[in-house]
Design a protein around this ligand. Sequence first.
Ligand SMILES: [Zn+2]
Length: 225
Amino acid sequence: MPSSIPISGCRTTKIYCRPGCPPGRRTKPENRVYFSSEAEAKAMGYRACKVCRPDVPRSETFLLSEYQSPVGPYLLAGSRWGVVGIKSGSRSQRYIERWKKEAISLKFDPDANGELKQQLDAYFTGELHRFTLPLDLRGTPFQRMVWDVLNTIPWGKAMSYGQVANDLGRPKAARAVGRAVGTNPVAIVVPCHRVLGSDHSLTGYGGGLDIKTALLRLEKIAYKK
Ligand SMILES: [Zn+2]
């Protein structure tokens, strides 16, 4: 398993999993712990999960497809465990290069990620307020904790970087939180667009501020230019 894929564990079962493992996903948020490597998990007394076998190296394939949204084209990527990437046009190439470096096989299939496309369609028409797809989020332990907080922000609501930092129990880490928000691999579904400055200013957005304002308007979230 490439060291760039962090793993998560459950404090009560002392079992660690690959990202996106179905039993691993059922771990209660308060019991979840992230490790940057298997060695770290083992040193803490955790055992490898028998379902996802993080201790067995395995080649991986991501299925890629394009999605034309009202705010522009997106590249969608799915692993066997869930959604790994939703990147707007300009940023997708960088992710493709990164995955190639991680020796992940990439297969373009126009029909792939069909359920995700359906849910995105429903999101853009305003019918869907909560995505219900398994996610396979890959990042450092800190990034994954930040993305977990983003996933708690409901449709139509915004949070400031400082509030996200407070929720993490790291009130002084607003700047690091900002960086982790900016590296969210799964746009829209992990709602990084719902993070605003403490005065409701737009601050930044990986996909560009035009997309951010379009998503905020769709969800009727007030913002300051
Ligand atoms: Zn597992």
